[in-house]
Design a protein around this ligand. Sequence first.
Ligand code: PLP
Length: 416
Amino acid sequence: MATPIIPAERTEHVTYAIRDIVVVAKKLEASGLKILYLNIGDPPVYDFETPQFLRQIVIDKIAQSNSGAALNVSTYCDSMGISQARIAVAEYATAKGIENITPDDVFITSGASEAITLAIAALVNPGDNIMTPAPGYPLYSGQIPVYHGELNPYLLNEENDWQIDIEELERRVNKRTKAIVVINPNNPTGANYSRESLLNIINFARRHNLVVFADEIYDKLLFDGQKHISIAALAKDVPVITFGGLSKNYIMPGWRVGWAIFSDPTKVMGAYREAVNKLLRARLCAPHPQQYMVAPALRSDDSHLVSVMQKLTRRRDLTFQMLNAIPGISCVKPAGAFYAFPKIQLPPGVTDEQYVVELLKTCGVLVVHGSGFGQKPGTNHFRIVFLPDEATLIKAYELISNFTADFYKKHNFKPV
Ligand SMILES: Cc1ncc(COP(=O)(O)O)c(C=O)c1O
């Protein structure tokens, strides 16, 4: 008999709850259950469109490309990305108040995901750790162990609109901590960090010689006229890598366009940057044609965001009202992005994953369990994506409400 191929142990603990739960949903769908997908932050799945002028740029570049043409997007390009995209990202960073950024400080990747993964790969040695927000986007907690780094989650403060608690950071940091991840606006909580929170993080990073990983992929998706502050704009003497991309702000996750910006005011990242560059060269380049969208997108008037934010605001408000009306569920109002992270009281011994799977099996509503993002021990949550239209959301919240009442009855549990 043929010998089975054994995968590396390092992959054993790689989980990504947002997609792992879909495996269960697909099976149920195959057996005839209609699924309401509220699990993945993919705007064009719903009624949000990639701006036409951006698509046209790629269509034209591809149509004009051939082996004799002056510009041929079928070729590999510079490992750091095409220069016009890097110039535009540097301009964007400057406009956000990040000082002394040149195109050489920017690299373009296949989504922010690739930039994040490379930044982790080039930084951690076995036993080092990176502080990650809990709750937070699970790419970080999935990738750090692949490079034999340790996870070091810090809890966000739900009682204070999910802001960052400086005492919590000081409790968690240790000698092997090399970086702190700040996701702003946060996925899954939707929190937009205050200037004070960001200054606290900078002081903390300075005290402990940390690199700040600033994930700002949702920076243009803020409600109620709030402004986004890039932490790198406040960091005058602390190294920051800011991750961004077109996926969310420009409604094109599948095009895979992201970037990272090195801000290094005290010039401490030289060797680290070269390590990242080596990894960039080894993987050749990010997809070439779609990099031509970066400059026109970042230099546009962002008029597409008017209707995006109108729709999202109505859906956010509806989500906030309907979830908070369900006995046993409470939800902080998201300030940005398109996620809500409600807390749910559960009977003793029942996990949020069990609740979510039973909700899915009973009424076909797919949300993601809070433990997939990290949460305070003893609390339970789930994440909802409020991208679907209002009728779909209303239906989903009614189903969640009825299901939760029945679930409590079945377990003889009364929420307080
Ligand atoms: C916080 C955060 N960072 C990064 C990403 C990945 O972005 P990209 O599509 O650019 O790889 C996501 C995707 O959901 C995210 O929520």
